[in-house]
Design a protein around this ligand. Sequence first.
Ligand SMILES: Nc1ncnc2c1ncn2[C@@H]1O[C@H](COP(=O)(O)OP(=O)(O)OP(=O)(O)O)[C@@H](O)[C@H]1O
Ligand SMILES: [Mg+2]
Length: 580
Amino acid sequence: MIKKLGKSIREYKKYSVLTPLFVIVEVIFEVVIPFMISNIIDFGINKEDLDYIVRMGIFVLLMAAASLFFGVMSGRFGAKAAAGFSKNLRNDMFDNIQKFSFSNIDKFTPASLVTRMTTDVTNVQNAYMMLIRVAIRSPIMMLFAMIMAFGVNANLALIYLCLAPLLGVALFFIAAKAFPYFERVFKRYDRLNTVVQENVTNVRVVKAYVREEEENKKFKEISSDVYTQFRAAEKIVAWNSPVMQFAVYTCIILISWFASHYIVQGTMTTGQLTSMIVYATQILSSLMMLSMVYVMLLMARSSAERIYEVLTEKSSLTNCDDCICEVADGSVEFENVNFAYSDKQEKYVLSDVNLKIKSGEVVGIIGGTGSSKSSLVSLIPRLYDVSEGCVKVGGVDVRKYDLKCLRDQVAVVLQKNVLFSGTIAQNLRWGNEKASNEELVRVCKLAQADSFIKEFPEGYETYIEQGGTNVSGGQKQRLGIARALLKKPKILILDDSTSAVDTKTDALIRTAFKEEIPDTTKFIIAQRISSVENADKIIVLDGGKVVGFGTPKEMLETNEIYRDIYYTQNRGGEEDVAKN
Ligand SMILES: Nc1ncnc2c1ncn2[C@@H]1O[C@H](COP(=O)(O)OP(=O)(O)OP(=O)(O)O)[C@@H](O)[C@H]1O
Ligand SMILES: [Mg+2]
């Protein structure tokens, strides 16, 4: 895992090496300074040698400045390395997510992917910063300070040697106790993000159902949960400082006690005592820092695991080795197709589907909600792979095509059609980046979108807000159709794409399709019988099975479900007319 994540350091390796090097230099200066000060006290102050004090004083000042310089530089390099690392990590994750198939996304859920790319990456970034600075600094500081202390007075240094492990055990005990709480906090964050994301992206539904209060309650529950866990963790961590202080003061008292004897005997100077006390603080505070790094690393570990999962997830749709790019025509064939969204699903969503559709045909798909209409068409552009059997486009198994080539030829207007923030023209060009303005107008005319776009003051340059909130449902659908048409596909799939468009415009769209793109195979999923009654073929789906396939006339004669829908809607229509 570390190896995989480490790959994202890339161009920031230089800074990742320089940071610890600078830290080491900084520490050396920091450790030498107390020694110099003890000399100033012993040889300068006690012997009243002003010249010596000034000379050494300037020297100490220079060293302090150097230590400061290296400290600042290591901080800057460390920040650069950690921020760069997290930037690369995010880019790598995003790159891999782009390769995900729908089923990969289903597996992780969008909210969890967001948490992984934000909170988790930040955790790893902080831990990395700690790792290249504090995790290097503390042990080296302890080592050097210990060496210097032994140099000054080996007997007294033994006190540190005894106390440090005791304090170490206490501090790591505290860290280990607090860790499970911190871990739980991060798990709760995942849920917190899910609630916020769901609420904000679906704010319209929340308002429509006046669910604000329930949403508030839901959020408060989770946020107070986070609070409780955090409080519990901090309560334990709060022991760190008193334990540490206690150790430092015990150390100082012990040293002063023993040192007073040595000083009276004349085997130690007051300057040396001062430096010993400084070393005590340095050693013990390094221990405390180390225990904090320990907690951070533990916390980052679960984040790193979650990032690792995203980085190593393989797209469930593999591209073949020698792919075909040329799609011969718009014919579609389903051969003994069974399909489930995941291995966990007990029942097939589609079972035993056999269909043959000729290029250029208009195919209407009818069936109740949840009868697997969307699932059926999602197999054609290979948004999902079949579980058994095969789907052929232009006489070739879809798995033999290069994904991009296939999807260029098979355009889908999804049921949940979305627009991205950007101008109308930019959104349309998703279909074809290089499309000319004339072409945009042409497809918009086909999709009956040109007229309303022209009514906007800025026409094709009108800015669409995120999620397309400033255009109506029907307008959004028409833009979606125009966008798909821009691909000049051999197969066009409209999944309930005219549900929000009035019947007249719906008919106009169909006429335009018939006249302007007669060779394109069209699949039209619709709730309205009028949308499909002039189709060449009708597929009737029920519970994931094809229960009827033939011309509308045949269906009307032989298929009960089709007949039911037909009469219900037509009778409804007649009554409407009668009322008027
Ligand atoms: N991403 C998914 N993961 C798991 N199951 C799914 C997924 N999408 C759909 N299903 C299941 O597959 C079945 C068929 O759904 P599908 O969306 O194909 O129906 P539909 O005919 O298009 O319905 P509607 O008319 O409401 O759009 C449903 O039982 C649904 O629960
Ligand atoms: Mg559907």
